[in-house]
Design a protein around this ligand. Structure first.
Ligand SMILES: Cc1cc2nc3c(=O)[nH]c(=O)nc-3n(C[C@H](O)[C@H](O)[C@H](O)COP(=O)(O)OP(=O)(O)OC[C@H]3O[C@@H](n4cnc5c(N)ncnc54)[C@H](O)[C@@H]3O)c2cc1C
Length: 481
């Protein structure tokens, strides 16, 4: 069969590319490592909140957040060049790993059209304050979450005649003699190794959160103490990124960073969050505190708290609190684990249950209680109710914990997605290390390196949808369709 495009992956980014390309008249083959019943990677499990204030515009803070977190170590002389037209950027800038304003602008400009297009595939939107946000910033999301996006777009892809190859893994790019992209080398249980040819390949196979070797290589210490936050992430083993780097793609995105979340390791649920870390104290298995749990509102600190837990002994911490936590309005909506907290009527009993040294735990909890002070406790804002004199302070929401009625959740660091990927243009063309597009090669979604320092929440699904469509539109343009 002759085909125009191979899309690797079946999440929101891949499906946006496959369906848009098929609508544009291209012949498309899609490769999905997972069985059909589990298709969709992370996109299948996400609530898919998007940083949009309406169907017609991204949130007012979108560009500011993306750019302010993204410059890394780029030098001022190179940054000055950014104000030129993209065509006139020096090659090294086009290949430079930073949050490229070209890409951020492409996301902001094309997101409304992507939303309108999703509606033509039956998606409806809802506005809501996600439970993670302590202050009312609204986000837009699809009714039915990412699962609705995956199932409606996959159904559309089938109707449009996209060849859907399930349980088929893309392993490397097929190249011709000079080294141009000509297709994908694949593997499936049924066929073993085989090659598929196409002049265009869209790599939308997610990050490397499901690959411990890559996680250890890039993230380093403690990587084996984290796991993908959803069963979909387990399929994302990084081949897509590796195959693009192998043909000279410019790396981009912070390779040693991933979007981390604090979850209950006992729970079989995906994203079994314990998103109440602001309101207790965190101790490691040595019975010691290690971070300021009240440094800022949850959405600003949970990544760093999660990474720090990953680097504690055994990659585990315990959130210790008393029953007053359950009096905080709507607090149960922030706890998604289905496992109950441990409960103990003394520090000694809690120490036995969590396996921490009793003396150390007693020192920590009594030292913390002694450092708290009178003041108004207010979970609706940074209340300034801080500890006094502790080497590791708790800067807000520090009230004493009743040592005769203790609760504790175990917490581990879950990996939502990884941030290392490749550099692209605003049309999702993969850029080589000399700043030029690699003919026929496109990337969308988690395979694109975009985030540095801290992930800007509610932008990853939007990134995939927009860039998947950008890639498809560029391919169809090249095909003259
Ligand atoms: C629980 C949860 C909540 C989240 N909440 C939000 C949110 O509210 N807002 C937001 O913007 N983001 C959120 N995210 C992140 C977001 O969902 C993902 O980053 C995004 O959906 C990724 O889309 P993708 O298409 O790039 O990758 P995925 O959806 O992960 O798709 C990757 C696809 O590639 C396939 N694949 C992998 N390797 C291969 C291979 N070698 N060959 C063939 N196929 C392969 C996988 O099976 C999968 O189908 C959340 C994620 C999770 C898990």
């Amino acid at each position: 069969m002759s085909r125009d495009v191979i899309v690797i992956g079946c999440g929101s980014a891949a499906l946006a590319a496959a369906v848009t390309a098929a609508e544009g008249g291209a012949k498309v083959t899609l490769l999905e490592r997972a069985p059909k019943s589990e298709r969709g990677g992370n996109s299948r499990y996400t609530e898919a909140w998007m940083r949009m204030k309406s169907e017609d515009a991204v949130s007012d803070d979108f560009v500011e957040f993306m750019l302010s977190r993204g410059h890394g170590a780029i030098g001022p002389e190179m940054l000055r060049e950014v104000s030129r037209d993209y065509e006139n950027w020096p090659a090294n800038l086009k290949a430079y790993p930073f949050t490229d304003p070209e890409i951020v602008a492409a996301l902001a400009e094309n997101a409304p059209a992507a939303m309108a297009w999703l509606k033509t595939h039956g998606i409806r939107f809802t506005f809501h304050s996600p439970m993670l946000l302590q202050k009312g910033a609204e986000r837009m999301g699809p009714s039915g979450g990412g699962l609705a996006i995956v199932e409606s777009l996959a159904t559309s892809a089938e109707k449009l005649g996209v060849e859907m190859l399930y349980e088929t893994t893309g392993r490397s790019l097929l190249l011709d003699d000079p080294g141009d992209v000509r297709g994908v080398r694949c593997w499936s249980k049924a066929r073993g190794n085989f090659a598929l040819e196409a002049a265009n390949v869209v790599v939308a196979s997610g990050g490397y959160q499901g690959n411990l070797e890559m996680m250890t290589r890039y993230v380093g210490q403690g990587a084996h103490f984290t796991r993908p936050v959803s069963p979909g992430g387990v399929y994302n083993k990084g081949e897509g990124i590796e195959m693009m780097l192998a043909v000279g793609a410019a790396p981009a995105g912070q390779y040693d960073m991933f979007h981390g979340e604090p979850v209950d390791p006992r729970s079989p649920r995906h994203e079994a969050l314990v998103a109440v870390i602001n309101y207790g104290v965190l101790v490691n298995v040595l019975g010691k505190r290690f971070i300021d749990e009240g440094a800022n509102r949850y959405e600003f600190i949970y990544d760093e708290v999660s990474w720090t837990i990953m680097r504690q002994k055994l990659g585990t911490a315990w959130l210790v609190f008393d029953k007053r936590l359950f009096d905080i309005p709507n607090i149960r909506t922030r706890i998604k684990t289905d496992e109950p907290p441990l409960r103990a009527d003394s520090i000694a009993a809690l120490a036995r249950q969590i396996g921490a040294p009793e003396a150390a735990l007693a020192d920590t909890l009594r030292g913390y209680n002694a450092a708290t002070r009178e003041g108004a406790y207010d979970t609706t804002q940074l209340d300034g109710l801080s500890t006094m004199g502790l080497p590791i302070p708790k800067s807000n929401w520090a009230r004493p914990i009743d040592e005769t009625d203790l609760f504790a959740y175990p917490i581990m660091c879950a990996n939502t997605f990884t941030c290392g990927g490749v550099k692209i243009t605003g049309d999702a063309e993969v850029v080589n290390r000399d700043g030029a597009p690699i003919p026929g090669l496109y990337a969308a979604g988690e395979t694109v390196g975009l985030y540095y320092t801290l992930y800007t929440g509610a932008t990853s699904v939007m990134r995939g949808l927009v860039l998947g469509r950008q890639a498809a539109k560029k391919i169809c343009q090249g095909l003259g369709r």
